[in-house]
Design a protein around this ligand. Sequence first.
Ligand code: COA
Length: 188
Amino acid sequence: MVHLPGERSPDPEGVAVGPLDLAARVDDALAVQAVAFGLTAEEVGVRRHIVLRHLTSPGARALGATSPTGRLVGFVYGMPNDRTHWWSTVVQPYLRAAGHEDWLDDSFVITELHVHPAYQNRGIGRRLITAITDGVCQPRSLLSAIDTDSPARGLYRSLGYTDLARPVLFPSAPSPYAVMGARLPLRR
Ligand SMILES: CC(C)(COP(=O)(O)OP(=O)(O)OC[C@H]1O[C@@H](n2cnc3c(N)ncnc32)[C@H](O)[C@@H]1OP(=O)(O)O)[C@@H](O)C(=O)NCCC(=O)NCCS
C-alpha cells in the first residue's frame, strides 16, 4: 500500500467528504491525480491551467475527501455541460452517431474523479461522485472513462452509468474512451 508522506495509517472511516476550494487546493488535487491516474510533471502543468479555467464556468463545483490530518486524499469536480467546451465538441459526433446527442443538454459532466491509491476501494470515490451529483439541478450526468474494465468503469456502472458511445478518441490520448451517462440521482 502506498502511503502519503507524513501519513501514519489511512483511516477511511475518518475521511470527510465536503466542499473543496479547488482553485486554492489545485496543486494538492493534481498531486492526488498524478499518483492515482499517472500524470507527468509536464501534464500536471497543463492540467493546472485547464482546471483553473474550468472553475470559472457557471455551475462548476468541487468536493474533496480529507483525511483526519487535513490531507486531501481524493477529489471530484464537474460542471453543467456546455456545448462550446472542448470536451463536448469532441464527444458530440460520437453521441450523435449513437443517437444520444440529446445527453449534451441538461447534463452535469464529471470532469475528474480521483482517489489516492492508499485510500482506494473503501467507498470514497462512491461518496464523492454521489455527493456532487446529489447537489446539482440537472436530471442526468455524463462522463468519459478509459474504455477498459477498470475500477472506475466498475464504479460508474454500479452507480447506473451506461455506455452511450464507445470507442471515443480524444486527440493526443493514446487509449480509446467510453462516454457514459446516468439519470440522477445516482443509484444507491
Ligand atoms: C476510480 C476511483 C476514483 C474509485 O475510487 P475508490 O474510492 O477506489 O472507489 P470506491 O471504493 O468508492 O468504489 C469502489 C467500486 O469500484 C469498483 N471497483 C473497485 N475495484 C474494482 C476492480 N478491481 N474491478 C472492477 N471494479 C472495481 C466497484 O464497483 C467498487 O464498488 P464496491 O465497493 O461496491 O465493490 C479510483 O479507483 C481512482 O482514483 N482510480 C484512478 C484514477 C481514475 O481512474 N479516475 C477515474 C478517471 S475516469
